[in-house]
Design a protein around this ligand. Structure first.
Ligand SMILES: [Zn+2]
Ligand SMILES: [Zn+2]
Length: 418
């Protein structure tokens, strides 16, 4: 309690100082004074510090992870944070991933998960559940398993990217300003070449509709595992669709990823990003360099054995990224994910209830404590979001209101988590 009070008092002083500065110099002043806050941030494992791109220390934001409720032990996420310290993690299902997001509001990003088979069979119910999830604060949709031959099942997952029920899902992503992570095997299991043209036309009928008149994405689509495609297959699609991203999860030779027979001729050599001696393949290096803003690291923990290999997964990707230009490596390792996910929080609405207020501040204080999170809150205090248009209003916060808010955090009583 003593330590917390000390932090709160420092935060209080910093807050008032910053807002008085803000009042004099205009809204932009806050952005220029992060150093003041940085010194006051409590030392905790959640503080994000920009690392160099050396393979041992490169910060990693895991943009593709699953919670397997049936097999993961209680406290699995806490253990993972303690042992491997990803700077952020998206949880693409399963189960109550929102509870984790509430515990770590600037570190865990909960996705709404559903089965496409069920969506197509019973869209009213699935879409209504999705609406509930999104209104409760999920920050992404996925993994939407659209075309997934190795998954089997009856019927097999061989839907089209532009099924009308899926368009309903993308519309919800747009309305809520969240990205969609989708699984779509680029190759059919029998490697039917005709299928590739279908996929491109399905993307063509969909993705350009989610870019606004100024050329900004209204929905960002993340193609899981880079579609298990090769760089020369990905390149024209990335060139054509500005709101298409890829994650590089599962593209490694580790034991728990063996047996991913996504199409008949798919070997471990085609799955991995490097040669057997660990040298990144030239074709991947060139693709990552050319599309550095649209590649994301992910672990794809979920299926058997992968959680136990989390450290090895990080080590593999750090080894790959260390062979890239440091700026490119940092984007892929964490910066792209930060701008896709943390920017939702940058609006400051940590509990996603439509405004940035004292509740968000309390959650930040209890569970986050990073200077980054505080800066976001201070910059956006008083913001009222309007999800229907995606626009937001940012009324000028008064010095008094923020100081009052900061003073409130000094109050040494325990309150129910909001
Ligand atoms: Zn997948
Ligand atoms: Zn996955």
């Amino acid at each position: 309690m003593v330590a917390r009070l000390k932090v709160s008092r420092t935060v209080f002083l910093a807050s008032c100082l910053l807002f008085m500065t803000c009042g004099k110099a205009g809204g932009g002043a806050l952005q220029n004074a992060p150093g003041t806050i940085l010194e006051t941030a409590p030392a905790s494992e959640t503080v994000t510090t920009p690392d160099t791109a050396s393979s041992g220390s490169l910060q990693l934001f895991d943009a593709h992870a699953h919670q397997m409720t049936a097999t993961y032990p209680a406290g699995w996420l806490e253990s993972l944070f303690a042992e491997h310290d990803p700077s952020g993690i998206t949880l693409l299902g399963i189960g109550n991933v929102l509870a984790h997001q509430m515990n770590y509001p600037t570190k865990v990003f909960a996705f709404s998960y559903f089965k496409v088979n069920e969506l197509v069979l019973n869209s009213t119910v699935v879409l209504s559940d999705l609406d509930t999830d999104l209104s409760n604060g999920t920050q992404g949709i996925g993994e939407v398993s659209i075309h997934h031959f190795s998954a089997g099942g009856n019927p097999k997952k061989e839907y089209k990217f532009d099924e009308s029920e899926l368009i309903d899902v993308y519309e919800r992503a747009k309305l809520n300003g969240v990205p969609v992570t989708f699984h779509y095997d680029y190759h059919d299991y029998d490697d039917d070449q005709d299928h590739h043209d279908d996929f491109e036309s399905e993307l063509g009928s969909t993705l350009p509709g989610y870019i606004d008149a100024s050329g900004n994405p209204e929905v960002n689509f993340i193609w899981a595992h880079a579609g298990d495609a090769q760089p020369d297959e990905l390149r024209p699609l990335l060139a054509k669709f500005d709101n298409l991203h890829i994650d590089i999860s599962s593209r490694n030779p580790l034991e728990s990823f063996e047996g991913r027979q996504v199409y008949a001729a798919y070997t471990k050599e085609l799955q991995r990003l490097d040669e057997e001696d660990g040298t990144i393949k030239d074709s991947w290096k060139e693709l990552f360099t050319d599309y550095a803003d649209r590649v994301l690291y992910g672990s794809d923990i979920g299926p058997q054995g992968r959680l136990a290999q989390y450290g090895e997964i990080q080590e593999y990707y750090r080894g790959i990224l260390a062979q890239l230009d440091p700026e490119v490596a940092e984007k892929i390792a964490y910066k792209n994910a930060q701008s896709l996910f943390l920017d939702l929080v940058v609006k400051g609405d940590i509990n996603n209830d439509g405004d940035v207020d004292g509740e968000d501040f309390l959650i930040w204080q209890r569970n986050d404590g990073t200077s980054e999170g505080l800066t976001n809150l201070l910059n956006n205090y008083g913001t009222v979001t309007e999800p229907l248009t995606g626009a937001s209003q940012v009324p000028e916060p008064s010095t008094l209101s923020l100081c009052a808010l900061a003073a409130f955090t000094l109050w040494p009583t325990r309150r129910q988590r909001v």
